[in-house]
Design a protein around this ligand. Structure first.
Ligand SMILES: [Zn+2]
Length: 170
């Protein structure tokens, strides 16, 4: 049932037809995001609509996804929800940047055609954290003796500082 977003469109034609494009991008279809997210991520869903504001072709709509990233601290999976309100104005020259409609972000187009999957991926890239990390890592510390030693070392290291802290207070 799912329609892929790996399709190239002519933005001007789409705008004149006020075309709506809905579909999904599965992990295997990704290019930029493939190395950044985990294969267990759900497909990225997008519902986009082309229209026109003045001389600009604009794309509005929504991109949503339940992605899985890898936490840099514990290397376990980190769920990451994506909900993006899309408001893009398509431009083919940076000289148009200062004429964009209010509240619209630029989408620089090279050539005549727009690859929808590329647009979707580049929007998602923008909202991903630079350093994915759990607020609280879900890892259970292994109950091995080595980890106990490690915990003890941490305690010993901490104690001198506690003593210093309490000395300062007096
Ligand atoms: Zn973690």
């Amino acid at each position: 049932m799912s329609k892929t977003l790996q399709k190239e469109v002519d933005p001007i034609l789409c705008a004149s037809q006020e075309r709506k494009i809905s579909g999904e991008l599965s992990y295997n279809e990704l290019t930029r995001l493939k190395d950044v997210i985990e294969p267990s991520s759900q497909p990225i869903r997008a519902d986009l609509e082309f229209s026109r504001i003045g001389k600009f072709v604009v794309v509005t709509g929504r991109i949503s996804a339940s992605l899985v990233l890898q936490c840099v601290a514990c290397l376990e999976a980190l769920d990451f929800q994506v909900e993006i309100d899309v408001k893009l104005a398509i431009i083919n020259s940076e000289s148009l940047l200062n004429q964009l409609p209010d509240n619209y972000e630029p989408c620089l187009l090279e050539g005549d055609h727009l690859l929808i999957s590329e647009l979707v991926e580049s929007e998602v890239v923008l909202v991903l954290p630079d350093v994915p990390r759990h607020n609280v890592c879900p890892i259970d510390l292994p109950k091995s003796s080595s980890s106990k030693d490690f915990a003890l070392q941490m305690e010993e290291k901490k104690n001198p500082f506690d003593v210093l802290e309490s000395l300062k207070k007096h």
